[in-house]
Structure formats: structure tokens, C-alpha cells
Write a protein of this length. Structure first.
Length: 223
């Protein structure tokens, strides 16, 4: 592929955030005697996070407010709602993440554009086996994707070099890339239906291994 740079969303694309979030709630449920319903918790989490990210505050604060609201709907009363933020540094990459990044790092410059605080991403980066040449966080640009701040900052740093962005979230990444005329690949891990059928990403892959195959020209992999 004729690109100089490939950037990635982090949580959900490189890091298995659903398992991380669910694990944090499951631990609280187990120690506090509450029942654990993974699908409902993840649905509530995503709804409340989307609302909390409409304005700007540090991501640790966002996570704490989301945990408070989700627990409120579940009927859980806790003394501390920072358990999601505290668990985030332990969230692990998907099995395909590091092998794919190692392959791609041999041919492309790689970056991360993430809705997160600087220090939390620094802790997450310890789980990756390659370095990243570009990092753009919500804390740096004082906004959350799908707002264009991450992408404009990345373009400023990348300059005129050729750039492809890859992400799992259609809403947070694919849609704003379309509006900004940035080439985007959708890593559709959950085989979701596009939120806007008029927006067609450059490529759709089931995981990062398939994405790397496509980028390297060894496989055509569309869902």
C-alpha cells in the first residue's frame, strides 16, 4: 500500500477494552455480592461514555462518572467508583495486536490516536512490543473523537506524508475520517452494521491480522 503512516485507535482496536471493562465490573460484583450481567453492563457503559465524552474533562474523570452512572442503573452502591480507571493499565492487547504491529512496523511509521489521558496511555503502551512514532491523546487536544481534534493534530504532525487510519469504532473514527477525507480502514471485530450506510471505509477487516494481510497485499479480506 502506498502509505507512509498507519495510525490506530487504541481501546477496542489494539486493546481488548470490553474484556477489561467487564472484568473490572465483575470483580466489584464478586467482592460486593452483586449479580453480574456482562451484556447489560457493556451496553450501559457505552451509552454513558458517549454522553460523557461530549464535553471535555480528563478521561479518568469520565471513567469515574460512567462507573457511577452504570452502577446507579444496576442498583450497586459503592464507596469508590474509580475502579474502571484503576483497572485500565491492566487491560491486555488482542491476541492479533502485537504480531500485526510487528509486521507493519517494518514498512510503515505507526501512531495511536486515542480518547485517553497521557499517563493512562503510557501505562497501556507497556503491553505493546513495538514503539509508536506518533501519539495523540484526548488530553493533548482537549476533545474526544469523533470531534476532529485528534485527526487535525495528527495531520499537522504527519504533514503531507501519506496516511491511513485504522479503528474498530465506526462512530468515533470511521465517520470523522470520512468527513475529513482521511483514508480509513474499519477493524470490524464485532461484525457490526455501519451506523451510516452512506459512509464506506476504504477497507473492512475482521481483525488486525486480516488488516495487515490486506495492507501487505497478501489477502483480500472483506466482511
Amino acid at each position: 500500500m502506498n502509505y507512509d503512516w498507519i495510525t490506530f485507535d487504541c481501546y477496542g482496536t489494539l486493546i481488548d477494552w470490553e474484556t477489561g471493562i467487564a472484568g473490572a465490573f465483575e470483580k466489584v460484583a464478586r467482592t460486593s455480592g452483586y449479580s453480574f450481567d456482562r451484556p447489560r453492563i457493556l451496553t450501559l457503559y457505552k451509552q454513558h461514555e458517549m454522553t460523557e465524552e461530549l464535553g471535555w474533562s480528563k478521561y479518568r474523570e469520565v471513567l469515574t462518572r460512567v462507573a457511577y452512572k452504570v452502577c446507579g442503573e444496576l442498583g450497586w452502591k459503592l464507596s469508590d467508583y474509580e475502579f474502571i480507571a484503576d483497572s485500565l493499565p491492566r487491560w491486555r492487547p488482542f491476541m492479533d495486536t502485537n504480531p500485526a504491529l510487528e509486521r507493519l512496523s517494518k514498512k510503515f511509521k505507526l501512531g495511536i490516536l486515542s480518547n485517553v489521558d497521557n499517563n493512562l496511555l503510557d501505562l497501556t503502551r507497556r503491553h505493546f512490543t513495538i514503539p509508536f512514532q506518533l501519539i495523540v491523546t484526548a488530553e493533548q487536544v482537549r476533545s474526544y473523537k469523533p470531534d476532529p481534534g485528534h485527526f487535525r493534530e495528527a495531520r499537522k504532525k504527519i504533514g503531507s506524508e501519506r496516511w491511513l487510519h485504522a479503528a474498530q469504532s465506526f462512530y468515533h473514527d470511521v465517520m470523522p475520517c470520512s468527513r475529513l477525507a482521511i483514508d480509513a480502514a474499519w477493524i470490524n471485530r464485532n461484525q457490526e452494521v455501519p451506523k451510516d450506510p452512506k459512509i464506506v471505509p476504504l477497507h473492512v477487516a475482521r481483525d488486525l491480522n486480516a488488516f495487515a494481510n490486506w495492507v501487505e497485499g497478501t489477502e483480500i479480506d472483506r466482511i
